[in-house]
Design a protein around this ligand. Sequence first.
Ligand code: UT7
Length: 323
Amino acid sequence: MIRARVIGAGACLPSNVVTNDDLAKKMDTSDEWIQGRTGIKQRRIALPGEKTSDLALGAARAALTDAGIDAGELDMIICATTTPDESFPATATIVQARLGMAHGAAFDVQAVCSGFIYGMAVADSLIRTGAARTILLIGAETMSRLLDWEDRTTCVLFGDGAGAVVLQAHIGLGTNADQGILNTRLFSDGRLHDMLYTDGGVSSTQTVGKLKMQGKEVFKHAVTNIAAAIAASAAASNIPLSEIDWFVPHQANQRILDGTAKKLSIDPAKVISTVALHGNTSAASVPLALVTAIKDGRIKRGNLVLLEAMGGGFTWGAALLRW
Ligand code: UT7
C-alpha cells in the first residue's frame, strides 16, 4: 500500500519580532491581558514588502534541504494560504518559479487556519493514487495584512510565518505500523460564516477586506470541533488517544489547547504549543509547531503524531501520521 511519508520539514519566520509590550505602546491593551487570555507573548510581523511567497519560499528551501532533495524531484507544490501575494496566480506557482522548477503542477488550497490539514489530505490522496510521488506542502501566511489594527480584539492575536513538509510515496503494509499518513479527516460548516470572515473580497468589494471575528463564539466551537476531529481521526485508524505520542494543534489560543486536552483527557505534556512565540499564523501554525517539535527532538521516527486545526468557514480537520 502506498503511504505519504514526511521526508523533510522546514520553517521560515519574518525577522521582525513584535512583543505584547510593543502593541501596548500603540493601542489600549497590555501584556497581562494578551498573555492571560491567549498565552501569546510575541508574534512575527512581515516587514513592508515582505510577502507570503517570500516566507513560503524560505520554508520550502528549508524543507527541501532537510529532505536532502532538490526541486527537480518534486512533482507538485501545494500552498495553503489565505493571504496570497496576488488574487491570482496561486502563490504556489510563484514559489515554483522561484525554486527554478518548470515541470509538475503547483496550486493553492484555501481553508484558512485548517489549510495545512486540507493540503495534507489533498497531498495524501494524490500520492496514494499514484498521481504524484513527491509533493512539497507549504502553509504560509501574512495575516498582518488582513488585520484591522484599530480592532484590539483581533489584531493582537495573529502573526506571520511559514512552514513546509516534503511528502513522498513509500510502500507500507497497510497497517498502523506503516510510516506516513494513516488517515485525514476534513469537516466544514459554511453556516458559521459570520463568526469569522473578512469584510471584503475580489467579487464583492474589490478589496481584500479586514478580518472580523466573534472571538467568544469561535472559542466554543474550536474546542468542540477540534476535539471531534481528533476523535474521528484516531477512531478511523482504531488507535486509542492514549497511544498517540504527540498532538500538534492549530495555535490560536493556549486556552483552546488546554480546553481540548482536558475534554479528551490528553496529557498536556503531549500537546505541542508555540502560540506564545508565534501567535495565530493561520495555515502556517501547524507546520511551524511541527517543525519546532521535530527540531528540538520531541517528535522522533516511529512516533504517532496527530495534527489538527480549525478556522474560518468554519473548516476543521485532523491528520494522523506515523512519523
Ligand atoms: O484561528 C481560529 C480562530 N480563532 C480563534 O480560535 C480565537 C478564539 N477566541 C479567543 O481566543 C478568545 O475568545 C479571545 C482571545 C479572542 C478573547 O478572549 P475572551 O476571554 O473571549 O475575551 P472577551 O472577548 O470576552 O473580552 C473580554 C474583555 C472585553 O472587555 P469588557 O467588555 O469585559 O469590558 C474586551 O473589550 O476584554 C476586552 N479586550 C481587551 N482588553 C485588552 C478585548 N481585546 C482586548 C485587548 N486588550 N487586546
